[in-house]
Design a protein around this ligand. Sequence first.
Ligand SMILES: Cc1ncc(COP(=O)(O)O)c(C=O)c1O
Length: 359
Amino acid sequence: MKIKAVLNDLQAYKPGKPIEEVQKELGLTSIAKLASNENPLGSSKAAKAAAIAALSDTSIYPDGYAVNLRAELADFYKVDGEQLVIGAGLDEVIQIVSRAVLTAGDNIVQATPTFSQYALHADIEGVEVKSVPVDTDGFHDLKAMMEAVDHNTKILWLCNPNNPTGTYFSHEELINVLSRVPDHVLVIVDEAYAEYAIAEDYPDTMPLIEKHSNLMVMRTFSKAYGLAALRIGFGVTSKKLNDKLNVVRLPFNTSRVAQSAASVALADQAFIAECRKNNRLGMAQWEAFLSANNYDFYPSQTNFIFFNIERETAPVFDALLKRGYIVRAGLRPGWLRITIGTAEQNEGCIAALKAILAN
Ligand SMILES: Cc1ncc(COP(=O)(O)O)c(C=O)c1O
């Protein structure tokens, strides 16, 4: 048996150890996971109740087209339901679009560093990945990214705000990209952290799809909505492209539980507003600590902060873990990415980091 040659060079995603295991191993009473940008406030109570209620029907397949959720999302974002592809998290939507659009000989253009899944799926499809470094302030270098686009470019990936830098580009900058990029390039704006963005000029992307049929916007219920475990996210694009994305999508890819919870979560915008507010307070705690100690960080519009501790990160990661804090190292030498937690988690993690870095 022969597998795709490209897979010989690729490794499966290795998730971190389960929290319970780490806790037992290190004899800790509690652990704060600040590594994957989950919501420290959990999810809307009503959404959780809806998920539990949906469990009563486990023998029946879910609605494969997610008709109710689709209609609610269409209404909320003022788009047509037929423009939506709903996936088991954005991870799946990224896979669907890569499978539908990319063929060997193509290339994608993305920033670096950025979310790892764009390149992974390009690799699997045998497609060249053109990675354009973010500028010195951590922003997408949109000019250089546009220059990297050529006649073989199929997707221009824009992560806004960007993971892991947390930086964003404005509505005007997006319009500029869309007006200049050739029609054969699908521009995908991954807005996984949009609900946390507070900048006034953060793009209002959905209305742009009508004019730009080569634009796709991605959103998820995993971050601010706090439903990461249920796996649900979606893309919005032209009906023509979306029709084909839904061919690639597995017929029953999102569960009844996830669909029900997402519907209710979408309706509970008061919870999202509270999370956004809490997040900015936590961000201020981190920024104050980093500024006071002269650690370089990028201004973040997300629920995480990326900063330079100017030393090897692996020992710092281990030392934080022993004190009960799981953070993200290994994205860039010397830099850590930490999810904004509750006020108490932030305070504890900052104190732990301060003590570790003082040595
Ligand atoms: C920028 C970005 N896009 C997409 C995802 C995938 O999210 P999910 O599959 O949980 O919707 C993540 C998760 O960390 C992310 O940071």
